[in-house]
Design a protein around this ligand. Structure first.
Ligand code: DHB
Length: 394
């Protein structure tokens, strides 16, 4: 070996020793995606739905990007914000994840937002839906929806359909405040009157006292937002107190007539008009394929809007990782912005400015669908195209 070649060989092995891999070799380390979901506790259905959707995405799209293996690290936060934050910290520092996804309820996303900014780690919010979440960090991208985005449509529908006096009932935290505020302002703008604004606690709500107030107030309609998982208990009490036969119309966001629970709600849900961005009965080829594959892989479980937020979140992450060849940070964030695709819910865009999702919002009515096993479904009968989140403050 000549002196020159020997020098080159030594120099290269020094570089290799310093970096842990030969300098010229492609990175073959796994690409890690942190997934933080409520797998236990009151919001466990959200975790179950999103976990199943993420697994379906990977079964259909493989686990290789740019020659590297994609690894999803799933951790249960029980929807407790301190736990979410601690898990996110560990994923960033120890696991060196490229991105963190999930976030079943708003407080867990807000608690983790500062970590995303400090570490320049993109956060993909697949479930939580308070408008302000995307403003809590420039590294947050959302594939779920926002409450203002879906609420305006049902307020407009109500005002156009002989509902003059309404009472609102919402869960007492971020998304509930958004739903209450945007229903109130839109309904009054349309000439309606709000007679009362009622709230129930996020944890262990008791609907009896608020339903008694509704009976006493006798509005034309009761508008309701409750987070996914509470709809069935609410409907049961609504029927038990005879409200379904009282002439007071029930209207809602689609969180209440959630596909995860709708099949078991019974006749009380029939005829409930609501607005939302996803129905398992959405009549598109893309959705039919999604629902069939999801049910086949999950013992017949029907996907709900949480599942679609998870499935589309994986789409956004995969396409962005393909662009960056697995690199994270700002490059990954930028590759998520501006993505346009056909989701099971319909066409969607990740707005490059706000990092929030732009999507169609549907007005639906709960009906029995003979062609779908006579099950209860949210049947879409009107659509507002390409709705941006109206809740953004800047
Ligand atoms: C949130 C949670 C839900 O289950 C839902 O249906 C809507 C919003 C939230 O905490 O942001």
């Amino acid at each position: 070996m000549t002196t020159k070649r020997l020098f080159l060989k030594t120099a290269l092995s020094l570089i290799a020793a310093a970096s842990g891999a030969p300098a010229w070799a492609a990175d073959t380390s796994p690409i890690k995606i942190g997934l933080i979901l409520p797998m236990t506790g009151q919001s466990a259905s959200t975790g179950r739905q999103i976990d199943a959707a993420v697994k379906l995405w990977m079964a259909q799209n493989g686990n290789k990007i740019a020659g590297r293996t994609v690894e999803v690290i799933l951790k249960d936060d029980g929807a407790v914000p301190d736990a979410t934050k601690r898990i996110a910290q560990e994923m960033i520092v120890n696991d060196k994840v490229a991105v963190i996804a999930g976030f079943g309820i708003t407080p867990t996303a807000l608690a983790t937002a500062p970590l995303a900014t400090q570490s320049k780690t993109p956060l993909v919010v697949m479930a939580a839906a308070t408008s302000s979440i995307t403003e809590a960090s420039p590294y947050i991208v959302r594939t779920s929806f926002t409450l203002p985005q879906v609420t305006i449509a049902i307020a407009d529908w109500a005002a156009k359909n002989k509902i003059r006096r309404a009472v609102t009932l919402v869960a007492d935290y971020g998304p509930g405040f958004d739903a209450e505020k945007f229903f109130d302002s839109q309904f009054r703008l349309d000439g309606g009157q709000i007679l009362d604004k009622l709230r129930t606690p996020l944890r262990a709500p008791d609907f009896a006292p608020v339903l008694q107030k509704v009976i006493d107030t006798k509005p034309d309609a009761l508008f309701v937002f409750l987070p996914s998982g509470q709809g069935a208990a609410f409907m049961k009490q609504f029927a038990e107190r005879g409200l379904d036969k009282s002439g007071i119309r029930l209207i809602a966001t689609g969180d209440v007539t959630d596909d995860d629970q709708l099949a078991d709600m019974g006749d009380v849900a029939l005829g409930v008009v609501n607005s939302h961005h996803y129905s398992a009965a959405h009549p598109s080829a893309t959705n039919k394929k999604f629902v069939e594959a999801f049910q086949a892989a999950n013992k017949g479980m029907r996907p709900n809007f949480m599942a679609v937020g998870g499935f589309d979140g994986m789409r956004v992450i995969y396409k962005a990782l393909e662009t960056t060849k697995g690199a994270g940070g700002e490059a990954l964030l930028n590759a998520m912005k501006g993505q346009i695709f056909e989701s099971p819910r319909g066409p969607v865009l990740i707005d490059g400015q706000t990092r929030d999702i732009v999507q169609d919002v549907y007005i639906r009515k709960v009906e029995r669908v003979p062609s779908m096993g006579n099950g209860l479904y949210n049947v879409e009968f009107d659509v507002i195209k390409a709705v941006k989140d109206p809740g953004k403050t800047k």
